[in-house]
Design a protein around this ligand. Sequence first.
Ligand SMILES: C[S@@+](CC[C@H](N)C(=O)[O-])C[C@H]1O[C@@H](n2cnc3c(N)ncnc32)[C@H](O)[C@@H]1O
Length: 234
Amino acid sequence: MDDWIDYYDSTHTIYVSKLHRDLHFQIIARDILSYISSPEATVLDYACGEALSAAQVASACGKLILAEPAPGVRGRLIARFAPNTKIRVRSLEDVKKMQEQSVDLAVMNSVAQYMSPEELDSALLNIRRLLKPSGRLVLGDILQPNVGMGRDVMALLSFGLRHGFLKDALIGLISTALSDYRHLRSRIGLQRYSEDEITAKLSAAGFAVQRAHTNIGHNRWRMTFVARPPLVRG
Ligand SMILES: C[S@@+](CC[C@H](N)C(=O)[O-])C[C@H]1O[C@@H](n2cnc3c(N)ncnc32)[C@H](O)[C@@H]1O
């Protein structure tokens, strides 16, 4: 296993049970829905993963583009959402070729930590190009430099406790500790950014930035940012 894309393409244990996986995607979809401002909106979910609740997002917008780099995940997305005429499945290469100013809302949740800083810069520049002047990018689940793996463990356990899968969460933590995840996390690591660092990165890509009050998803120790093309006065 070479990188995080291979990891997400494998039969990994990041979701400790079906309930955990289903709840995860329901919560992400609910949070994405809160950022959709028009039923006609074109929404881009950048590195969407399995996106199990994407049909709910699609029902609230005009078009939903699910972009995913892992080929196996992409194959399942194509099969799962083939009947849904509002959903398109794309690779990240396809996204580079999309028409400029064609997207109202781009979401990149829980992805920046897996990218090199250079990959993130180039993805941000591309998304900036794709956004309409009134569009927004929601960049979620950013890990902070001073918050260690202990907080991720706590967040998972409290999520499990609240939703009745604490035992599975404990078992899942042990399997993850013994898995490729642990090896990759110590070998390649996860990218972390302070609020100032991510603001500087987004500004360099041509965005005006605000931190959101709450993170997307269940982990309150991670951060979400809302970035938009700056207003042109004239
Ligand atoms: C934790 S999942 C997040 C999926 C979804 N956005 C969510 O919130 O549930 C991480 C995603 O990042 C993708 N990924 C991993 N490494 C990447 C890279 N270097 N560039 C782009 N995407 C990457 C994986 O394929 C996977 O879909």
